[in-house]
Design a protein around this ligand. Structure first.
Ligand SMILES: [Zn+2]
Ligand SMILES: [Zn+2]
Length: 211
């Protein structure tokens, strides 16, 4: 069975989410935005072995601890989509803009492509390209356990901002309609910030996507 636990990190309370199998204790770390020691402590406490880091997009509050954890665990980094490379390359600039501690740079081992299938902790994840908040944003859908790591695409009763460089509101709404709302109604959404929610809840209460 697949489990997940989120650790709010950085000043922006970004949900770094550890996904792990309860039997094999293998794990993946999604969006380690900062506070690498807190993430490491949680991983020790859970008694799991991280096998890779997966990233939804290139904003610093989602990638600030990538280089440290990649080195510490000697694990590869998957994602985001190549269109977010300009953000990863601007990691220093982002730390000035967001007033977050400077983070070492890194290069993803593999960029994400739409409809990639990943095996994470023994379960199949479908990768969906969801541009709008950033051009290279992707989400990760666990096809059997039915939860989705949605980064900054959609939040409980809200959606991602589109006023950052290369953000696009129409793209974001299209991505949500095409790739998020088409998932089963009982899919749990694990957003990049704030509480978990469910597709059915957002269809009812999210003012940005009412039809
Ligand atoms: Zn973001
Ligand atoms: Zn964010």
């Amino acid at each position: 069975m697949l489990n997940f636990v989120s650790i709010p990190v950085t000043f922006f309370s970004e949900n770094c989410t550890v996904i792990y199998a309860s039997d094999t204790r293998t794990a993946a770390i999604c969006d380690p935005g900062g506070d690498s020691m807190r993430i490491r402590d949680k991983i020790t406490e859970l008694n799991v072995t991280p096998e890779r880091i997966i990233l939804t997009h290139g904003h610093l509050d989602h990638i600030g601890a990538v280089a440290e954890l990649k080195d510490f665990y000697s694990i590869p980094v998957y994602g985001p989509h190549e269109d977010d490379l300009f953000l990863i390359n601007a990691i220093e600039k982002q730390s000035h803009m967001l007033r977050l501690p400077a983070a070492p740079s890194f290069t993803p081992d593999k960029f994400a492509s739409d409809r990639d299938i990943l095996n994470i902790a023994g379960e199949e994840f479908l990768v969906l390209h969801c541009p709008g908040h950033t051009p290279g944003h992707v989400v990760y859908y666990a096809t059997k356990s039915k939860f989705c790591l949605t980064g900054d695409v959609i939040f409980q009763q809200s959606i991602g901002r589109t006023d950052f460089p290369r953000g696009n509101y129409d793209d974001l709404i299209n991505s949500i309609k095409k790739n998020i709302l088409s998932l089963p109604d009982d899919t749990i959404l694990i957003p990049g910030h704030g509480p978990y929610t469910m597709i059915s809840e957002e269809k009812l209460h999210n003012p940005y996507i009412s039809e």
